[in-house]
Write a protein that binds this ligand. Sequence first.
Ligand SMILES: Nc1ncnc2c1ncn2[C@@H]1O[C@H](COS(=O)(=O)NC(=O)[C@@H](N)CO)[C@@H](O)[C@H]1O
Ligand SMILES: [Zn+2]
Length: 503
Amino acid sequence: MELKFNIKGSFKTSDDASPATEAIDEFINEANETILKKGAPEGEGANVVDWNVDGSKINITIESGRYVRAHDALLRMRKPLAKKLGKDYRIGIRGIEIDSFNISIPSENQDLGELKIPYVTDIDYNDSVIKLSLDVGESELQNRVPDRILTLMEDKIAALRYGGKAEHWEVLWQSGKKEPKFFDDPTKEMMNRGWIKRGASRGQWIHGPQLAKLFRTFEKIVIEEMLEPLGYKEMMFPKLIPWDVWKKSGHAKGVYPEIYYVCPPKSRDPEYWEEVTDYYNVTHEVPTEKIKEKIGEPIGGLCYAQCPPFWIYLQGETIPTNEFPLKVFDHSGTSHRYESGGIHGIERVDEFHRIEIVWLGTHDQVVSESKALQDKYRHIFDDILDLEWRKAGVTPWFMAQEGLTGTSEQTDVGTIDYEAPLPYRGDDGEWLEFQNVSINGNKYPKGFNVKSQSGDELWSGCSGVGLERWASVFLAQKGLDPENWPDEFVKRFGELPEGIHFL
Ligand SMILES: Nc1ncnc2c1ncn2[C@@H]1O[C@H](COS(=O)(=O)NC(=O)[C@@H](N)CO)[C@@H](O)[C@H]1O
Ligand SMILES: [Zn+2]
């Protein structure tokens, strides 16, 4: 059974179209041979399988497969038919009405669960076919809504077929084994020594002077040993992300379960909020139900991937060829993800600190910049932090964040995860991803319409350095006592600051 479109609709005419029945018959027979086959492979295309004139309505039934889809066929017919009726009978076509629209999709997998898809009024599962009934009008046809519904359904069926295909993962490089200096959970040890305390919010920590200095030393090393020598310039990217950015970065396709949403107040007028402030002042409870009525729709959310908002800076611009490769980085604020349940140490938190590195240029420039960064990272992890670590090729981060698995068709596009063992997890404990380097192909320059004066296709890459993750790995392998830390690191760290003491 093939994919099938079936549409029953009508052209509404300005006058009774019965006198034109002969001409309409001629038109439809010809259309079945010409415009309804144009662009379709041999034997494919659309067919008018039934029609009749009923006063000022020309009722029509069109069937098709994947090529020249029934709704496209209907739209293709409108203009030439109107021309013919206008010229010979002075009858106009006022519009298109859709009485029924069905898409039948062959699929062995039927358990798609309870789906709520816009414009889909019914989903009927019978032997290996999923039949969708759509309730759409002419403007939805113009806006390609049926095609997007089909793509969405085929993605869902494909995801089922791969059975949530395991994430792509292959080791690319591995350092030598290193003797651990420490075997406990660094988060527990840091809490014992007052280096950190839990923040008031879910998955959030407050970093004491010791850990803050560790983070700042990591940043100093990344900037001095890598970003400055490679010519990266610091910028400051926004941390409140509106939907428009996530629509262009692709996150709007599937990041909803993990976003910390942001809703603005409906009014700044203190009087508008008086009921809320009075309620709190009397009860010392925050009336969130009342607040919900007084705030608007979410305008987006807190920073999630850190690089997307940067692209608004370049959006719509053409950049001189000799400016490439453009190289920037940001570490101006926190990222927030509503991570899955379970309390984790600082390895997986809802609020984290990251250096986001972004570079763009031609394909060759982006690939060679990625290699240059990887060389510097190796120098940092081998010669300064003295870590045991490895690199693994994985599903590109931006695909994973759109709910996709597998790898990109574009060669050279992909993400390299940097992973390290945490001795306290035991010999076969899961290694922790502590940063990554990605080549994102043309996705961002295209998504944000950024051009090069040369007209070459622009590519970009990004690398995320998670400071909580670096700290987790470094402290898990080296412990919290600077006398056990590598000299090259201590040289850059200096003295361990005194923390705050409690009685
Ligand atoms: N929940 C989290 N807690 C701590 N660090 C995190 C968390 N999520 C991501 N990170 C850090 O951020 C890095 C990059 O995150 S990512 O989702 O893999 N990639 C991206 O978002 C890319 N834009 C590169 O930053 C991770 O390697 C990790 O170091
Ligand atoms: Zn990024």
